[in-house]
Design a protein around this ligand. Structure first.
Ligand code: ADP
Length: 243
C-alpha cells in the first residue's frame, strides 16, 4: 500500500467514510438509484484531483493532476465543472482543459477507450479515471437473465483492465453503477439488486448512495476490506459535494 494518495470528495463526512478520500491504485464504485449523486461526485472528483495536495488534490507544484471522464449516457455537463471549479478556487477554463472527456458509444468502444488510456495516462499526468456509468452499455446490450453470464464475463474483463490501469499508473478509478431503488424490484437480474450482487471480485471500495431529504444524501460503505462499515450524510449544493 505504498504511494497511495487520496482525492477529497469535497465533503469531510464522505472523505472520512472513505478513509480520507478516493484512493489511487483502487477502484471505487458508487452505486445507487437515479439521482442519488453518482454523477455529481464524479464531476466533483474530476475537479478536485486538480487541487494542490495540501487542499486534497494530487497536483504537486507545477505538475497538474488531470482527469479522464468516460461518459456512457451523455450526462456529463461542462457547466457543472465550471461551477465546481470556480467554487474550489480553480480557473474554470483551465479546470475544463485538464479533464479529458470521452464519450463511449457502446461496450466495445468503452473497453477500447480504456485500452487507449494505457498510453495517455502516464503521458498527461492523469491521476483519476471516471467511468460513468460502468454498467449501462453492458446491461443494454446483454439484457436480462439469459445474457447474464456473457455480460458478467465482459464486464469482468473491463474491470480487470481498469484495475490494471489503477495499479500500474497509481491512478484512482471511480466507477458508477445505477441500481434499482427497491431491492425487491429487480426483474430477476441480480446485478441490479441493491447490494445483492458483487459486481466483481477485485479489491476495491463500494459505496452505496441513497437519497435523503432535499439535497441530502446518505453514503454507506459496503464490504470494504480495509475500511470500517458505516454511514454518513453529505449534501449536493450549487458548489458541489459538501457536508
Ligand atoms: P445520479 O446518481 O443519477 O448520477 P446525479 O449525480 O446526477 O445522480 O445527481 C442529481 C442530483 O444532484 C439532482 O437531483 C440534484 O439534487 C443535484 N444537483 C445537480 N446539480 C445541482 C446544482 N447545480 N445545484 C444543486 N444540486 C444539484
Amino acid at each position: 500500500r505504498m504511494n497511495l494518495k487520496k482525492i477529497t470528495t469535497g465533503s469531510s463526512n464522505l472523505d472520512e467514510l472513505l478513509g480520507g478520500g478516493v484512493e489511487t491504485k483502487t477502484i471505487t464504485e458508487f452505486f445507487g438509484e437515479f439521482g442519488s449523486g453518482k454523477s455529481q461526485i464524479s464531476h466533483q472528483l474530476s475537479v478536485n484531483v486538480q487541487l494542490p495536495t495540501d487542499q486534497g488534490g494530487l497536483t504537486e507544484g507545477e505538475n497538474i493532476a488531470k482527469a479522464v471522464y468516460i461518459d456512457t449516457e451523455g450526462t456529463f455537463r461542462w457547466e457543472r465543472i465550471e461551477q465546481m471549479a470556480r467554487c474550489a478556487g480553480l480557473d474554470p477554463e483551465l479546470a475544463m482543459e485538464n479533464i479529458y472527456y470521452m464519450r463511449a458509444v457502446n461496450s466495445d468502444h468503452q473497453m477500447a477507450v480504456v485500452e487507449e488510456l494505457f498510453g495517455l495516462v502516464p503521458k498527461e499526468n492523469i491521476r483519476l479515471v471516471v467511468v460513468d456509468s460502468v454498467t449501462s452499455h453492458f446491461r443494454a446490450e446483454y439484457p436480462g437473465r439469459e445474457n447474464l453470464a456473457v455480460r458478467q464475463q465482459k464486464l469482468n474483463k473491463h474491470l480487470h483492465q481498469l484495475s490494471r490501469l489503477a495499479e500500474i499508473y497509481n491512478v484512482a478509478v471511480v466507477i458508477t453503477n445505477q441500481v434499482m431503488a427497491k431491492p425487491d424490484v429487480f426483474y430477476g437480474d441480480p446485478t441490479q439488486a441493491v447490494g445483492g450482487h458483487v459486481l466483481y471480485h477485485a479489491p476495491g471500495v463500494r459505496v452505496q448512495l441513497k437519497k435523503s431529504r432535499g439535497n441530502k444524501r446518505i453514503a454507506r460503505m459496503v464490504d470494504a476490506p480495509h475500511l470500517p462499515e458505516g454511514e454518513t450524510v453529505f449534501e449536493i449544493t450549487e458548489c458541489g459535494i459538501r457536508d
